[in-house]
Ligand binder design. Structure first.
Ligand code: PMP
Length: 308
């Protein structure tokens, strides 16, 4: 990750080195933060933020689950996202809005009337699982760590604390030489990767775990479901058994940071032909075509940073 010059911090644009918090910040001790990961892409009409409204809606949904008041409107945070692109002179970027409890005392429950602090940072960030991952595919394993049980921490909230689980899953996978770990839910069915949703292709049909499988309802997942149906593929949201990964024709993972990544093996077992499958390639082309203009943006997903 490279450094940006300016960060939006509680309503003001400040130089990178001035965006600081106190060591007794609540979020640092208890994980009390909610955040988003958004991408802005280079397009022929200048940089455009992808599905900005849906990401900021999810930020507010995550905050609502934790009863965390955000003292800015969705429109203000959306504008902050666009502003950080312009302020840092970026053409494409990863955008990180974060709402967190700062210096509100160290009681587990924050005092009545406490409000979240909010930052938005934008910086260049290449494909999360490596530049070649999009074409070559990656090797993944099933993690020995399960995803969170539904009655422990809500996985629909993109909350800082949840990412300790993701760190265990991806850290274990990397130590064993895999690019990513896929977690099972507590019922033993496939859930998702440490930071990506998962799709299986079998006999031309796409299958992805339902939201009840302890997944984060990914915006890239929703994008792929929409693009796949538009292209005439059948898409099912249903439980996936571990062994269905070994027998899949194709597997790919989706996420804002990772984008669309083919999976070429699971637990050392080759998936399909062991390289990017044709349906994966087709959907990648539809996805990246949104930014080059080859795929028509029928859904108004591109939010242009400037109107001119
Ligand atoms: N699952 C988890 C745990 C994630 O962190 C992410 C990345 N935000 C995703 C799925 C994919 O979500 P999205 O497509 O909205 O980035």
């Amino acid at each position: 990750m490279s450094q940006a010059d300016f960060i939006w911090f509680n309503g003001k644009t400040v130089p990178w080195q001035d965006a600081q918090v106190h060591v007794l910040s609540h979020a640092l001790h208890y994980g009390s933060s909610v955040f988003e990961g958004i991408r802005a892409y280079h397009t022929p009409k200048g940089p455009a933020v992808f599905r900005l409204k849906e990401h900021i809606q999810r930020l507010f949904d995550s905050a609502k689950i934790y009863r965390m008041p955000i003292p800015y409107s969705a429109e203000q945070i959306e504008q902050a996202c666009r502003d950080t692109i312009v302020d840092n002179g970026l053409d494409s970027a990863y955008i990180r809005p974060l709402a967190f409890y700062g210096h509100v005392g160290l009681g587990l429950n924050v005092p009545q009337g406490s409000q979240a602090e909010v930052i938005v940072a934008s910086f260049p960030w290449n494909a999360y699982l490596g530049e070649e991952s999009t074409q070559q595919g990656v090797d993944v394993c099933i993690s020995s760590w399960n995803r969170l049980a539904a009655n422990t921490m809500p996985t629909a909230a993109k909350a800082g604390g949840n990412y300790l689980s993701s760190q265990l899953i991806s850290g274990e996978a990397k130590r064993h030489g895999y690019a990513e770990g896929i977690a099972l839910d507590v019922n033993g069915q496939i859930s998702e990767g440490a930071g990506e949703n998962l799709f299986v292709v079998k006999n031309g049909v796409l299958i992805t775990p339902p939201v009840t499988a302890a997944i984060l309802p990914g915006i890239t997942r929703d994008t792929i479901i929409t693009l796949a149906r538009e292209a005439g593929y059948e898409v099912k949201e249903e439980a996936i058994a571990r062994e269905a990964l070994y027998l899949a024709d194709e597997i790919f993972m989706t996420g804002t940071a990772a984008e669309i990544v083919p999976v070429r093996s699971v637990d050392g077992i080759q998936v399909g032909a062991g390289n990017r499958g044709p349906i994966t390639a087709d959907l990648q082309a539809a996805f990246f075509g949104l930014f080059s203009g080859v795929t028509e943006d029928k859904w108004g997903w591109l939010d242009y940073v400037s109107d001119d």
